[in-house]
Design a protein. Structure first.
Length: 307
């Protein structure tokens, strides 16, 4: 009856028939359990090499995790120290500090302007040092705080031409060093991520190739039986993902020590530790480990198994 109908009607008829058939949940459970068993068999057949694979991946992930966590802390240090950097603006004798302060506050990236009058500065100097009784030589000063170190030079250039300004200064060398250091650490982290990806995929590729060679006859039999390609692929992909998951778990042990050490550094310098930093690093470790593990398996399947 279906042979006499056009292809379009035949396909629709088949879909309706398929929708009418109740799902065999027991069969799906059997398939799932079979896939899990095949995955575990693949790991078992790999033998002692599993230990080498997992420990190597765990070591690589530990290096990445430690560097990534350190980068987060360094970024917070740069942010905190950068916020403490100020531009000192020295005014001419006839300038009005309040007027100049209000003008500077209107500039972009300026978050605070503190006025230090020459009387306040002179009084503090006489209290701190043994100063001779002379006329106050100090100028009125403004301390201008900027939102981020990257913007301090731009604000500096905007204040400099103001006619009421006698001179101004800031720790430009420190700002530049902080920016360069931050960029170097970020670049190193990116390089390590690439290194982790290449090495992990290479390790998984060789492992899955070994598994494929050991199961070559079984795979050929499954092909002859008309077994779905995904039924062959999924256990191998899961095997790579399991390697990544276990490696990430092992990497958390040394990462805990790194975390504790960084917390002590934050406490010593009285800089608050970034919120959820440890959770972010842990989540990233598992995503990278499982993703690269499964990805390495998929690449290996395409390379060594024509399914």
């Amino acid at each position: 009856m279906t042979n006499e109908t056009p292809n379009g009607k035949s396909i629709k008829f088949k879909k309706k028939v398929k929708e009418g058939i109740p799902k065999d949940w027991l069969g799906e459970i059997r398939i799932t359990s079979r896939i899990i068993m095949e995955t575990l068999k693949g790991i078992y057949r790999t033998g002692w090499i599993n230990i080498a694979i997992i420990t190597t991946m765990a070591a690589i992930l530990t290096i990445f995790g430690a560097l990534f966590r350190t980068t987060i802390s360094l970024t917070e240090f740069v942010k905190q120290f950068g916020n403490m950097l100020e531009i000192s603006v020295y005014l001419k004798p006839d300038a009005t500090p309040e007027h100049i302060s209000s003008r500077i506050k209107e500039l972009d990236h300026v978050i605070k302007v503190t006025i230090i009058t020459k009387e306040e500065a002179w009084s503090k100097m006489k209290n701190d040092y043994d100063v001779a009784e002379i006329t106050n030589p100090l100028p009125d000063t403004l301390h201008v705080r900027i939102d981020t170190p990257e913007n301090i030079n731009a604000v500096y250039e905007q204040i400099k031409p103001m006619p009421e300004v006698e001179d101004l200064s800031y720790a430009s060398d420190l700002v530049k060093k902080m920016e360069v250091f931050n960029k170097v650490v970020h670049t190193m982290t990116l390089v390590v991520v690439i290194f982790v990806a290449i090495l992990t995929i290479a390790i998984i590729n060789n492992t899955i190739h070994l598994v494929i060679q050991n199961q070559k006859e079984e795979i050929e039999i499954m092909r002859l039986m008309g077994v779905s390609n995904w039924y062959i692929k999924i256990p191998l992909i899961l095997q790579g993902a399991i390697y990544g998951f276990i490696s990430a778990l092992l990497a958390l042990i040394p990462m805990s020590a790194v975390q504790q050490w960084l917390l002590k550094v934050h406490e010593y310098f009285m800089v608050p530790s970034p919120m959820l930093a440890e959770n972010l690093v842990t989540l990233t470790l598992f995503i990278i480990a499982i993703g690269f593990g499964a990805g390495g398996s998929m690449l290996s399947i395409k390379k060594h198994l024509k399914v």
